[in-house]
Design a protein around this ligand. Sequence first.
Ligand code: HEM
Length: 496
Amino acid sequence: MDYVPEKLHSQSATTLTIVAATIGLIITLLTQRLKSTSASVKGNDLVLQNLPPVIPHSVPFLGHAVAFGQDPINFLKTAYDKYGPVFSFTMVGSTFTYLVGSDASALFFNSKNEDLNAEDVYSRLTTPVFGKGVAYDVPNQLFLEQKKIFKTGLNIARFRTHVSLIEDETREYFKAWGHKGERDIFEALSELIILTASRCLHGSEVRDLFTESSKISELYKDLDGGFNQLAWLLPGWLPFPSFLKRDRARLEMEKMFRKVISARRASEPKDDMLQTLIDSTYKNGSHLTDQEIVGMLIGLLMAGQHTSSTTSAWLGFFISRHKHVQEALYEEQKLVCGEAFPPLAYDQLKDMTLLERCIKETLRLRPPLMTVMRMVRSPQTVLGYTIPPGHQICVSPSVNHTLNSTWGESAEEFDPDRFLGVSATTISEKFAYLPFGAGRHRCIGEFFAYVQIKVIWSVLVRTFEFELADGYFPPVNYQTMIHTPTDPVIRYRRRV
Ligand code: HEM
């Protein structure tokens, strides 16, 4: 009977996974202990200095992991009310220090990477997905050169061509939605944005792979599945199914991308991001290797995909709850583009000021990255407190974006007009509004993201009327790394 050994095999795999996870947790714990010991040794002279207030906990090792995991924003805001703008707490053996509000956040964004280090906190998550030789796997100076190459590839001439590519993809994708119904809008936008982003940020050959075989979509899902809290907390060599799938998918995807790169090198140059990556050189004159190009292509897709698809989905729910804003957006489309709705043009996007404010406001209330973080490598002083090496220092855009002291009593409400004229002065504080981060790690994809979301929502607003299905406005799903809407089903009716 075949199924018996299979079952046994799966049971032993599960046991192995549990044992491995336990070992991993112990190693993480010991590493953290060692780090904090060395921090107190290195920072001996810090001991008497003013450490930030600590939120006490009664659960060893896990600390506040459960409360934080259930509702991080509420946890942080409650702590802010009680302890002020700088406070520390423990989770899974690590100490996290949050800086809340513009003044405290300044330390985070003005610091040098040698002092507050990004690789130490992000590499474990990103390197197995992107691959070696890029982003947080290399010294920040090199990553800055890679970011500069990305920026060269994301220029206005390219954006002009992106507009029609994204418009075509969106029209084509939503043909399947029929006259009316209820559907998962987040799933739809995620699928669409893989297509638009691969077409604009990679090139037509990679985009065509998504049409030619469903294999790459599966690989993408497996790779993406490795981007989870486990991967962030535990060593990458543990044999978790999601880690194994991620590693296999990356190898397969690398093979496919290498073929595309070789074919492009052997053919006529095109005007797209892949060409920019192939043609660009580092400061020392050397070209990017194929491995680096593969890593940068995967990195671009990952960086731009979830961020834009969550923002787009939340925008849909906000304008379904505020129907008058949705109707005003429809009127804006007619005014800016003409009632016959001819194909969109890049120059029209800047005139869609209400749509722009809706995106801005969505990013304020639902910034895809709820926390940005760094590892403290040298003692840091902020608002009279000293933060020792070994702490993970964090700023939460979600919290800074909804402080009553900055945004007023209506901080939690969706009001795109707060970004109009006088109200905009409320965000004169430098680090109060941070959906794209700030400082040396600031996002390079902001303009592309705006182009992409504006084009997608121009098509959607022209094509459909949306409303909340039986009044359902999704709560935030805190279990995912990027805070997505829970059960994101929306009701729609085709306008034409
Ligand atoms: C709505 C869309 C997006 C949002 C909200 C967003 C948000 C962010 C944030 C908050 C950071 C700072 C991370 C930190 O300080 O730790 C960041 C960095 C970055 N983003 Fe984006 N992003 C978006 C779209 C994109 C797109 C489309 C791309 C690529 C085309 C991209 C590429 C990058 C890169 C390369 C970095 C630099 C990371 C570093 O220097 O450490 N992002 N993004």
